[in-house]
Design a protein around this ligand. Sequence first.
Ligand code: NAG
Ligand code: NAG
Ligand code: NAG
Ligand code: NAG
Ligand code: NAG
Ligand code: NAG
Ligand code: NAG
Ligand code: NAG
Ligand code: NAG
Ligand code: NAG
Ligand code: NAG
Ligand code: NAG
Length: 488
Amino acid sequence: MGNNAILALLPICLFTCVIASFNSSTNEYALLALKSQISDPNKILTKNWSRGTSFCNWIGITCGKRHPRVIGLNLANMGLKGTIAREIGNLSFLRSLVISNNNFHGFIPYEIGNLSRLREIDMQHNDLYGPIPTSFGFLANLQNLSLMSNVLNGHIPNQIFNLSSLVKIDVANNSLSGSIPIDIGNNLPKLERIGISMNQIGGSIPPSLGRCRKLQRISLSFNKLSGSIPMEIWNLSELQRLHLAENNLIGSIPNEIGNLLSLQWLELGSNNLTGTIPYSIVNVSNLEILNIDTNNIQGRIPQELGHLSLLKTIDFPVNHLEGEIPESIFNLTNLQHISLAQNKLSGNLPSSINNGLPVLESLYLGGNGLSGEIPSGISKFSKLSTLDLAENSFSGQVPMTLGNLRDLQTLNLQYNQLKNDPSMVELDFLSPLTNCRQLKHLHFGFNSFNGILPKVLGNLSQSVETITGGFCRIKGMIPNEIGNLSNT
Ligand SMILES: *[C@@H]1O[C@H](CO)[C@@H](O)[C@H](O)[C@H]1NC(C)=O
Ligand SMILES: *[C@@H]1O[C@H](CO)[C@@H](O)[C@H](O)[C@H]1NC(C)=O
Ligand SMILES: *[C@@H]1O[C@H](CO)[C@@H](O)[C@H](O)[C@H]1NC(C)=O
Ligand SMILES: *[C@@H]1O[C@H](CO)[C@@H](O)[C@H](O)[C@H]1NC(C)=O
Ligand SMILES: *[C@@H]1O[C@H](CO)[C@@H](O)[C@H](O)[C@H]1NC(C)=O
Ligand SMILES: *[C@@H]1O[C@H](CO)[C@@H](O)[C@H](O)[C@H]1NC(C)=O
Ligand SMILES: *[C@@H]1O[C@H](CO)[C@@H](O)[C@H](O)[C@H]1NC(C)=O
Ligand SMILES: *[C@@H]1O[C@H](CO)[C@@H](O)[C@H](O)[C@H]1NC(C)=O
Ligand SMILES: *[C@@H]1O[C@H](CO)[C@@H](O)[C@H](O)[C@H]1NC(C)=O
Ligand SMILES: *[C@@H]1O[C@H](CO)[C@@H](O)[C@H](O)[C@H]1NC(C)=O
Ligand SMILES: *[C@@H]1O[C@H](CO)[C@@H](O)[C@H](O)[C@H]1NC(C)=O
Ligand SMILES: *[C@@H]1O[C@H](CO)[C@@H](O)[C@H](O)[C@H]1NC(C)=O
């Protein structure tokens, strides 16, 4: 190459090289500023982020393909402590910022709002304090924002709900206050998940949320929300999870719940809901978890529930439900948890219970007006670990088959009218329970048992921690063998 050619190229090279190295040195400068405010007990950055090597090779850094500038910063799970340096706002090309599961504290720098290419911010599980910067409202390309499990306070800036690119926003488990803006749904056409659970958000749920047609998950549990659940929510055909538990919501569950064909998980517990469980729930065929505990729901449990074959959890305790327990629910072979405790249910346990439920782990029916005998078929719930039939009017004898429940940990039969086999001197139902090697809690007091405690009581599992059997007309001595139960 001749001298002339070199001279001709020089200005171009000078120009591009200077610009490129200027930007690249800005990036390096910003990263080193970040590092300088971090304490690094695992010596991850200390060893790796050294000036001898290009920052594009540093751990947690992704650079663009064509230029040496940072587009991804991922410091998740490194055990880092410290504050986030405001120089982070100079990583102008950053698209993904992930610092989750560390111990970053202090404020989130306002300068992050300058990173207009950001698509993802994940700062969950740190100790970040103070407000969510209003400058986040400038992040026009932001898709996913997770600030879950920090100690952020103040209001959620309204500007965030104006970012039409948002797909996921999760600010659950902070100390955020204020209310959800009334026009929240006006500009979030792509929103799939919104998580604000475990904060101190008041006010009501805005009907405009129903305009976010792509919503799959709404999590607003553990706040101070009041008013009723807007009808528009029951119209979100892609909704899979609706978590509204532990608020002060009123009103009833409308028939329109039958529109939610994608719904898998409905959590409405600990509110002040009234009305009945609508029959239209039969159409919510993907439902797996149904939780309405601690409300004022009344009426009968619809037989139609028995068509929801994917149900795993039926959690209805502490309501005013009445009538019989529909037989159909004992046909739901995926059920793991049933609680109908503390209602006004009556009648016998259905005979279909005899078919068993192969994966049922807990059955809570205490505090109702159930009567008749305890079906021996309960022993076919082979995975059962909690059986609570207390405070009912069950009569007859305790089935001797309960000893087949090898995983049983808690058996509560107290406050019923159960009897002993009159031909036996001992409380015979206790003998088979020695087969339940996981048994921890056994309560059978306040019944009509009339006999003596068998010696075999001493052969109950060593895991037994509590036994109560008062007011049973139990005669005779407490057997010495009970001393074998070292954990009682
Ligand atoms: C380099 O940074 C400057 C100033 O921040 C900016 O204006 C310019 O677009 C960047 N150029 C390149 C090639 O990165
Ligand atoms: C820094 O970490 C990266 C990724 O683990 C590795 O490839 C690189 O060799 C490390 N550099 C130094 C100087 O340790
Ligand atoms: C970093 O950004 C700030 C503005 O946020 C600017 O004033 C400063 O000059 C930048 N630093 C470098 C080294 O580019
Ligand atoms: C972005 O950076 C510019 C200077 O480069 C500064 O004037 C502006 O305030 C910054 N904006 C935010 C939101 O930090
Ligand atoms: C945002 O989250 C969604 C769902 O988890 C994921 O598919 C997508 O890749 C994420 N986008 C970005 C930019 O991280
Ligand atoms: C909530 O956040 C705190 C830290 O701020 C954490 O210790 C706790 O485990 C989180 N709770 C949940 C349910 O994630
Ligand atoms: C939301 O965006 C619209 C137009 O894009 C604008 O008129 C409005 O002021 C913005 N609202 C907020 C709270 O930023
Ligand atoms: C529910 O959706 C239908 C069709 O998309 C619409 O006509 C109706 O007005 C919506 N109802 C509510 C309460 O949003
Ligand atoms: C529940 O709502 C009823 C009216 O429907 C009201 O009288 C009652 O005080 C509310 N209870 C609670 C705990 O908010
Ligand atoms: C269930 O859905 C079908 C088909 O959309 C409809 O005809 C029926 O009325 C619905 N049942 C209830 C109880 O809402
Ligand atoms: C339970 O299932 C069996 C067998 O599939 C069926 O014959 C019976 O009618 C069902 N019972 C109820 C109450 O749905
Ligand atoms: C208790 O268990 C021991 C050892 O397994 C056995 O020898 C004894 O007969 C049992 N006692 C009763 C009362 O069943």
